[in-house]
Design a protein around this ligand. Structure first.
Ligand code: FES
Ligand SMILES: [Fe+2]
Length: 360
């Protein structure tokens, strides 16, 4: 298994950013264990429904806060108490800020050190997101808005989450796709390439690609036009302009150093809200086609060996720059600006250079 150190990405094994940790519809109300970034954590929802994420192990004597079914704490329904979570072992209770706020058999003394590490969590667009930062600081990137989720009145059909599971792959090999002009025909069936560029812009990188497609536009001869971008290290979105506009998400989160969990989802815009209701099947068909396109990449990823240095030829996209861009998330914040300055700008791999007008 190839680790972050093998790719020489930076000081940290795991990147800084916003990351998907699960499908909101499937998370809660009972506390559950989640494992990402080489760490056991516990997800729970308070009585208000608010999501929380804390380290799994109790500072008192190390019990797992999430995995228990036989204690009287759990059987009596006291595992979650208001917005707090209670350890099943001795009943110490921890608030939303991670601090112990009650010990059942010690009303007058609570050690100051009795606190859990907590992680910023946001529920948005049907997904639970966490902020991960090796330096333990507050977010310096915004979680994307996923605005179409709230535009059902305009005909947007919300996505459902496709879970691709955990791959024995370092996430950098997924991010490489941003520069991967050469695989569009062989893997995805693109035809008659017209344009391919990348725009590096701080913590974002954009790919703009226009081409025909063997199946998707074979009948009409139309061009498929695709803008794809990362905001941060692990959230890829794409806008596809076809018969119906669509908005795609690929989210990937390190499980351990060298393995990654991958999800996919797609929202589709019908002409009206009524059409969206009537044509749910069309939207789901779009999502299926998009899912199957990602599955073509996944089949390669699941079976390839690690690539530490692409044998880059002039007609390839800028793999080297994509990897430098990605390295900003594996290094201290003090180095971010210098890394971004090395790559910021536009690289046109195919076609007549265009002005950057569609930058997301
Ligand atoms: S180990 Fe958690 S309360 Fe004792
Ligand atoms: Fe691909």
């Amino acid at each position: 298994m190839a680790s972050t150190a093998n790719y020489k990405l930076g000081e940290f094994d795991y990147p800084r950013g916003w990351f998907m940790i699960g499908d909101a519809a499937q998370m809660g109300p009972q506390p559950e264990t989640v494992h990402f970034f080489g760490k056991d954590m516990v997800f729970y929802r308070g009585a208000s429904g608010t999501p929380y994420l804390v380290d799994a192990y109790c500072p008192h004597m190390g019990a797992h806060l999430g995995i228990n079914s036989t204690s009287y704490i759990v059987r009596d329904g006291e595992h979650v108490d208001g917005e707090s979570i209670r350890c099943p072992f001795h009943g110490w209770r921890f608030g939303a800020d991670g601090r112990c706020n009650a010990i059942p058999y010690s009303p007058d003394f609570i050690p100051k050190a009795a606190r859990l590490t907590t992680y910023p969590v946001i529920e948005r667009a049907g997904i639970i997101w966490m902020w991960h930062d090796p330096e333990g600081q507050e977010p310096d990137q915004d979680l994307p808005a996923f605005a179409a989720w709230d535009l059902e009145d305009d005909g947007w059909v919300r996505w459902v989450i496709d879970d691709f599971g955990t791959l024995a792959l370092h996430p950098i090999e997924i991010v490489d796709n941003m520069a991967d002009f050469g695989h569009m025909g062989p893997i995805h069936g693109s035809l008659d390439n017209q344009y391919f560029d990348n725009v590096f812009d701080g913590h974002k990188v954009i790919q703009r690609f226009d081409a025909g497609h063997r199946t998707l536009t074979a009948d009409t001869g139309e061009t498929l036009s695709l803008d794809t971008w990362y905001e941060g290290p692990a959230i890829l979105q794409a806008d596809m302009r076809g018969t119906f506009p669509s908005h795609m998400l690929i989210a990937h989160t390190p499980v351990d150093d060298g393995t990654v969990r991958v999800w996919h989802a797609l929202m589709v815009k019908m002409p009206t809200a009524e059409a969206a209701l009537a044509d749910l099947q069309v939207a789901r068909g779009y999502q299926k086609a998009s899912h199957d396109a990602l599955a073509q990449d996944v089949e390669i990823w699941a079976n390839k060996q690690a690539c530490f240095n692409p044998m880059q030829i002039p007609a390839d996209g800028p793999y080297g720059k994509v990897r430098i861009w990605y390295s900003q998330f594996y290094n201290p914040r003090s180095k971010t600006t210098a890394i971004q300055q090395r790559v910021n700008g536009q690289i046109v791999t195919y076609g007549e250079k265009r002005v950057v007008e569609r930058a997301a």
